[in-house]
Design a protein around this ligand. Sequence first.
Ligand code: 26Q
Length: 815
Amino acid sequence: VAAPKPTPRRNDSASLAKEIAEKLTYAIGKDPATARRHDWLEAVTLAVRDRIVDHWLASNSRNVQSGAKRVCYLSMEFLIGRLLRDAIINLGLSEAVRDALSAYDVDIDLLETLEPDAALGNGGLGRLAACFAESMASVGIQGFGYGIRYVHGFFRQEIVGGEQVELPENWLAHGNPWEFERRERSFEIGFGGKVTTIEEAGKPPRQVWRPAERILAVAYDTPVVGWKGTRVNTLRLWSAQALDPILLDAFNSGDHIGALLEANRAQSITQVLYPADSHLAGQELRLRQEFFFSSASLQDIIRHHLKRNGGDLSTLPDKVSIQLNDTHPAVSVAEMMRLLVDVHGLGWDESWDITKRVFSYTNHTLLPEALETWPVNLFERLLPRQMQIIYAINAQIIREATQKGLDGAKVSAISLIDEGSGRRVRMGSLAFVGSHAINGVSALHTELMKKTVFNQFHELYPERIQNKTNGVTPRRWLLECNPGLTDLVTEAIGPGFKDDITKISGIDKLADDAGFREKFMAVKLANKQRLAKTIEERLAITVDPTAMFDVQVKRIHEYKRQFLNLVETVALYDQIRSHPEIAWQPRVKIFAGKAAPSYANAKQIIHLANDVARVINADPSVQNLLKVVFLPNYNVSLAELIMPAADLSEQISTAGLEASGTGNMKFALNGALTIGTLDGANVEMLEHIGEDNIFIFGLTAAEVAARRAEGQSGREIIDASPILKGALDSISHGVFGEPGRYNNLVDNLYGNDWWMIAADFEAYWQTQRRLDALWQDSDAWGTKAVRNTARMAWFSSDRSIREYAKDIWDAPTSV
Ligand code: 26Q
């Protein structure tokens, strides 16, 4: 008899309604009368998931047939957020699901808010990985995300007494319907132990690593649905398990506690995401995480290649590209060499050639304090064979460089070992030499990479560094988060922009059309009302939705200069009170973001934001003109609420320090104007949007570098600016909390003003006042807002991904 085949799921609302009821009954064990909202969420998710699985299996068999190149994106972070709405929109099921649920009097919008965020990332780098995964599926690339299945993602932030408190996050508490555990897909990962040389007669000596500790990496797969569901890729996240719990029991017979401790020790590797994004947490556990997921991913990639290509590893670079998302998976370069040479018996030179052709590396920061290095002795103890390999690679690189005529100082600049402050392995250098392409994430950042961190390498290998300006997926960051604007654009120019975002430029000509502009600003107002409601519910602060929503949301860091924004806020507060005759424009200053738990100055900035909000919001003399809001627990879902509701986007980093930024793109796509420095991707946004439609101020990257070299202090600038001086005085003299609380922040400005806050204040202040004037002319503001949305298409991650595919991966799109 022929085996019965499952029938693919149908997408009409009646079929969906029936299946949702079946899931509720047979998968969850509830009937509609007693089901709670979470039960409905799970039932809908499972019904939608069935449709994804149909596409997923079809994509997987097409992958096998086409044999096209696979792109593996290795990232310690995937900051995904929620998946239900993403899946529903990409599958084209919005109306069907809404209709199906209306039969049960259940509201899909409400259900969607019950899904926990998958917060497996810190910020920009992790969110970029999630946008790229979705874009790879959307443009038809055989993409595989590889990462870590953290049990606890990024911490939950509460504000208590104005200060950040970190609470553990537990996204898996009620299970995760999107993941499929693949127990059969598991690999052993070693740590520690010894390397022995095996000599056999007639053969070259071999190195064998005998780890002291072995742990199992188990795969959990999540489907990644592309636009229109035509391709579903896989995100494979690794979970750490004790190698063999039963053996362990036998080994520890009688010692149950000891056996459990052993299992816990194994599992601890994937328990928690490190919450530091710009300065190093140099702990051993972090290096273990990095190696754990790198080794598991490479073993999986090699296993797959051998199975599909008749056991021939020489063709690996034709069939696979591996992108390293920053240096976090850089140990992969050494581990790949170990697997090729020690495990699969290839020669060193051939292995090195394969490695370089397979790998490419994206750099996301130039901040010296964020460049990853590991003490040689730690590396040696944890990964003895990989350390030997790094030495061997280093010797080869130095030999090559010397042959090309490099001398002492230049040679030590390219050494993989930093001999300066204790011996340390430079992970950026390892990633560089093991890759055929190295990219920065904006044009400016890439040029600075060539001139600074990788200057010596760039001289030696001038063809390797390229630029790939970041992008954001227009599905999540327009269609899903801003249905009002999506409908308006559809009404105006048709739905073609959903398939090809470049078509959104069709609304450019409507910027001068008063009727369209009014509708555009009406959508904005509705989005602001929605955000105002959340602000009221969460903070009991009433804000006027017709005031200008001036927003800075991102990780809290000194280089991002939330402090500059707060000083301007305080200055504005003072000026409004001392000059009531001026036609001040009503503003709501909105802040959100998390500080790394160990980053004292960043925590002070959060405290100040909350202190400033408390004092200003309680002062009746500025009531209609100024409100300050710090929204706790910034995450992807909150961003989806905030981006569509912003009038003004603050992108005010010290020039030269923000590699790209991606929030800047989300805001502008949703019709916010930008006030920003010539930093990161702001520079390219200026080129696309046009100088009339973006508000640029402040020192350039070159000017910042020059001022830093001079070591100029902020004192003269502050003394010459009564507005700045006044604001700093009220901050340090106790207008906002105890006197002295913010001495450290303020004194830094008088000292060397490292972040150029005093230096840029005047230009920032003046630009803000120009924006006040523009706000009064709502037609002019509306025109610029429309032009922002119309001209942001180039910043789609589909464009970024196509560039990677063509210039770095040589991988076909639309397969
Ligand atoms: C490294 C070692 C040990 C512990 C933590 C880390 C670590 C973790 C996360 C270091 C850096 C990060 C994250 C960096 C990041 O998000 N960078 C941002 O990347 C975005 C995407 O390219 C850019 O748009 C931002 O400009 C950049 O700041």
